[in-house]
Write a protein that binds this ligand. Sequence first.
Ligand code: ANZ
Ligand code: ZN
Length: 831
Amino acid sequence: MPAQEAFSQDGYDPHSMIDTWIRVWEERRVFEARGLTAGEEDGPRRSLLVSMYPYPSGDLHMGHAEVYSMSDAAARFARLRGDNVLNPIGWDSFGLPAENAALKRDLDPRDWTYGNIDVQAESFRRLGVSFDWRTRLHTSDPEYYRWNQWLFLRLLEKGLAYRKSAGVNWCPVDKTVLANEQVLQGKCERCATDVVPRELTQWFFRTTQYAQRLLDDMAELEGKWPDEILAMQRNWIGRSEGAYVDFTVEGRDEPVRVFTTRPDTLYGATFFVVAADSPLAAELCAPEQRAAFEEYLREVRTRSDVERLATDRPKTGVALNRYAVNPVNGAKIPVYAAEYVLPDYGTGAVMAVPAHDQRDLDFATAMGLPVTVVVETGEPHPVETGVATTGDGTLVDSGAFDGLGKQNAIASVTAELAGRGAGEGAVNYRLRDWLLSRQRYWGTPIPVIHCSACGEVPVPDDQLPVRLPETGYELRPDSGVSPLGSATEWKRVPCPACGGDAERDTDTMDTFVDSSWYFLRYPNPDYTDGPFDPEGVRRWLPVDEYIGGKEHATGHLMYARFITKVLHDLGLVPFVEPFTRLANQGQVIMDGKAMSKSLGNLVDLQDQIARYGPDAVRVTMLFAGPPEDDIDWADVSPTGSVKWLARVWRLCGDVVPADRQTAGPGDPEVRTRVHRLVDETTRLMERNRFNVAIARLMELTSALRKAIDTGPGAADPAVREGAEGLARMLSCVAPFTAEEAWKRLGREASVIEYGWPEADPGLVAQQTVTCVVQVAGKVRDRLEVTPAIEEDALRSLALASQKVAEALGGREVGRVIVRAPGLVNVVPRKD
Ligand code: ANZ
Ligand code: ZN
């Protein structure tokens, strides 16, 4: 524990106040939502604000402090404004780090996990986060994961869960399956042996069946989710329209189907490519090419999809010495196996049109294959430039289709193919089915029993949960593929169908299954009659606002959307989208880089709290910039935050007690200023612009200080009105100090129960707003500007300020961050 910093803030002590207020809040139950699942139906507006739940990897870190400072400010604001708010907390407590820690320190993954959860829970309390602790859930509890199993069985019944063979990373020395994060540059993180691909039978959820709905329902999210995330989802689903075309292949009865987005280029197909690692390639390979093909295949298996699709790598492949026949003109074209065609996209085979597809052109160039232009686009010939032509144009050398434009030709060729049974229009998605089996211990066991007589038999619902064995298993088994495979006692069960000897499935579920529905259980985490309480779900869901990092754009958010649609189809939830609004927060970085142990730039949250107190840490997080931007901890000033909080605390102590004030509404100028600032802060908080809202609160602090020292004085009612408003608004961002300030104003706890101050519209109408100008995060000047001022104008105005020039002291300007009309931050260049 680092020493607490000694602050000479005239009595303001950011540490000693903590325990008192935690106790008061708990006693008064101020953070409990009303009517979770029963009673108080017709209360005020309900809102459910959810932050992506934490993983208990140790104590809370700076990233957690950032997310929860933001979500808590939003939750407290909504509560102060009269919403019935549910601010829940749970833990994503299954996952690989627990196993690694257990192996390294010879612990039970349970002890490590639950120990960390307790530490994090205590830290959340001491950070003043306004959770309703009745929602607390842990996904590694059998009471929770039994419902993962229950859901899995429902998907299995619907044909949405299935098994097929798929590749895994295998370490031949440790004889174990490695998760992607355990593979470092192609080597096992433990023993540095080259990892080899291996085929295993694995469980999948059929997300592809929902591809179109995942796209269509995005219409509901437009304008409510960040555009960037929607674009990433759209791209991940990757819908392409085109056609299937059937090519006959010599010596094979069934034709081979390809997917193409450009059926109009069919006459330009000069060769045919199948994915080297597809069963089809092995089947088509002529005997004399077998040896070459197998050698090539070994090479291909070591490469990732990203490498395989990279356009800057030389194209490789092997001729299979077979011919495919073009259905429209009977042309015989050679068949190749190559890595640039992926086995699990489209049909795993392509008609190659080198004139109009860049990868095909690169391959043709490498192999010396012909290039035939069939769409005249006006661009130079692909053979001369090495660039395939992809623009619009007119068909040539395409028989009866000559002269058609691209779009017309796509339709006509597709119709022609369909007419003679050699193809049809098709839609293809890049989205893959969700591979959910993990060969790991610390996860939800898959509730299936394998019987030699009956096959895959679901565990009956009344035998759930299938609990993890607590003893008799090896985390790194000497043989076999998964830890549960080593639990011989646990594995052996009678078949539920025939009673014969059978074995449990030994895989566990991807933890993204746990997180795909946890928010539905928040209103009643102890519910036992189903995965979630239908009444709680009806009252509180979908989530009004979901807050978390961009890294979940295509993983977690896609899975949660998918499972919600499945639950909807099962009649279990009335909506199809789980998160009405989504907000992303940036990361906390240090000196321009992500914090990491290896870089030695880790900032420890507990150390920061010990120095500055929880409120100053929260204020610093929020004041650093808009929520979606990264926060560079090297550029912020927690000391500045402490000083401001101390100023508020002192100010509220200086205001004359209510019964000794002067009569009347108080100084009109002060009142006007107070009401305008309340109004602006309100509007900024509504839009989650916490940084500018705090700038307004700072301004209010200074205005009131001035009113006391050189204005109407500490007994003026407008000064009290302003100070009380300040304490109430402050409780969103610095809850402990706000309570102390409220007490110093002679008021009774808790300030939260007094609500958000109202601005008098009559006083609000105004001509100018105040823009705060910071240099390196410190306020250096204030400018009166019109509310509609443009960013550029504001930037010039700020840079022209004498005070800014003084603060820069000759340093060069690096970045200028402008948030019109309220804030300009000038960041000096670092050398
Ligand atoms: C012939 C053609 C001609 C193509 C042309 C494109 C341009 P998107 O848009 O991503 O869906 N393709 C099909 N299956 C593939 C696979 N398994 N691996 C690699 N490439 C594959 O891309 C669809 C296009 O990608 C398809 O259309 C096919 O090439 C190729 F002027 O067919 B095209
Ligand atoms: Zn059986």
